[in-house]
Design a protein around this ligand. Structure first.
Ligand SMILES: CCCCCCCCCCCCC/C=C/C(=O)SCCNC(=O)CCNC(=O)[C@H](O)C(C)(C)COP(=O)(O)OP(=O)(O)OC[C@H]1O[C@@H](n2cnc3c(N)ncnc32)[C@H](O)[C@@H]1OP(=O)(O)O
Length: 333
């Protein structure tokens, strides 16, 4: 289904590039009421934040209808919400979920990736990378409460989280299905999957563009827990409590020898090499091209330019078909 929809969206976007923008997510525009205990929700048209200051937790709900695809506007709003919460000492953790049960996120907005000017691609790609890095490196504990289908970029976003709780609904599949759309996942998508499920499982999953239903997702380790649909939020909450009981916030980010342990948000501005090195284990069996190892660090470059350097590498790798694995480059539906 993802293949059919992906192709349909791409074809449409190519033929009706002007139509984009007419279908912008309506969302609710004012501050939402409620939020529990009289605390006001805040956010933006496409991102709803339900704070629970007493618990130090905020529930971040994606609401970019119809499918929570990562449009540029949505990514921007998501990042602003994240930054706001990070800068507020009240919060130590966020639960990331969808405001539209059934669809966690359809991933990258396919209409952003065709029929546009090159500058737009640059801007868009930079926003995608920033989303990935900011969530992955956040000083907040991030738990994904996955209440819907989560292909490609949707899966990537959940992989940036510390823990993934998936609703037990056979329709709620998750995985990096890019090859089924005829595209190749960038190496940093692949690295996230390798880090999560291991090399062989990731290799097969990416080559075949597998979307795992819940039981399978749990078995291979793409998610950490599968629970009945009506318990996703409560489970995420109890997992969060477990994490927040640890005095060191987001312990995985601290010095425990994990990939992201070597990174800090501050490092992004000064040591751009971090952008591409942290996910590559020393024994990374995936062949890295020389540029990935040696073209960095371009010290002194502003962070925005550094974010674009991996873009070029990714795109070149994608376009020539070496982004995932040589064998996978011709796999399609
Ligand atoms: C030089 C620079 C070049 C830059 C470009 C480089 C190219 C290389 C890029 C490499 C990128 C690699 C990384 C890619 C990551 C991605 O995330 S790609 C996106 C992958 N996503 C999918 O495969 C999901 C596709 N969608 C679906 O499977 C289904 O829509 C769904 C999510 C399961 C929901 O199904 P359902 O509820 O039945 O709704 P639908 O009717 O199918 O869809 C509703 C409307 O939403 C539109 N839509 C769906 N997905 C997307 C999407 N990803 N982007 C944009 N729009 C999407 C769909 O067309 C429907 O629209 P309408 O018909 O207008 O209502």
């Amino acid at each position: 289904m993802a293949l059919a929809v992906g192709m349909r969206v791409l074809t449409r976007a190519l033929h009706r590039p002007w139509a984009r923008g007419l279908r912008v997510a309506p969302g609710r525009t004012g501050p939402a009421a409620g939020g529990g205990d009289g605390v006001r929700c805040f956010g933006s048209p496409r991102v709803l934040v339900e704070p629970d200051p007493a618990a130090g937790v905020a529930v971040v709900k994606m609401r970019n209808p119809p499918v929570n695809s990562f449009s540029l506007e949505f990514l921007t709003e998501l990042l602003i919400s994240l930054e706001k919460l990070e800068n507020d000492k009240t919060f130590r953790g966020i639960i990331l979920t969808s405001d539209h049960p059934g669809i966690f996120s359809a991933g990258l907005d396919l209409t952003e990736m065709c029929g546009r000017k090159p500058e737009h691609y640059m801007e868009y790609w930079k926003a995608v990378q920033e989303m990935w890095l900011r969530f992955y490196l956040s000083n907040l504990v991030v738990i994904a409460a996955i209440n819907g289908v989560s292909p490609a970029g949707g899966c990537l976003l959940s992989l940036t989280c510390d823990y993934r709780v998936l609703a037990n609904n056979p329709k709620y599949t998750i995985g990096l299905n890019e090859t089924r759309l005829g595209i190749v996942a960038p190496f940093w998508f692949k690295d996230m999957m390798v880090n999560t499920v291991g090399y062989r499982t990731a290799e097969r999953a990416l080559q075949l563009g597998l979307l795992f239903p819940p039981a399978e997702a749990l078995r291979v380790g793409v998610v950490d827990q599968v629970v009945p649909e009506d318990q996703v939020q409560s489970t995420a909450r109890s997992v969060m409590a477990q994490w927040l009981a640890i005095p060191v916030c987001r312990p995985g980010v601290q010095n425990q020898g994990l990939g992201r342990a070597v990174l800090s948000p501050e490092a992004l501005g000064e040591a751009p090499s971090c952008l591409i090195q942290p996910l590559a284990a020393p024994d990374d069996p995936w062949p890295l091209d020389a540029s990935r190892q040696s073209a960095f660090p371009p010290r002194g470059l502003p962070a925005c330019l550094c974010l674009q350097a991996p873009l070029f590498l990714s795109l070149v790798r994608t376009l020539v078909g070496f982004g995932v694995h040589p064998k996978s480059k011709r796999i399609s539906s």
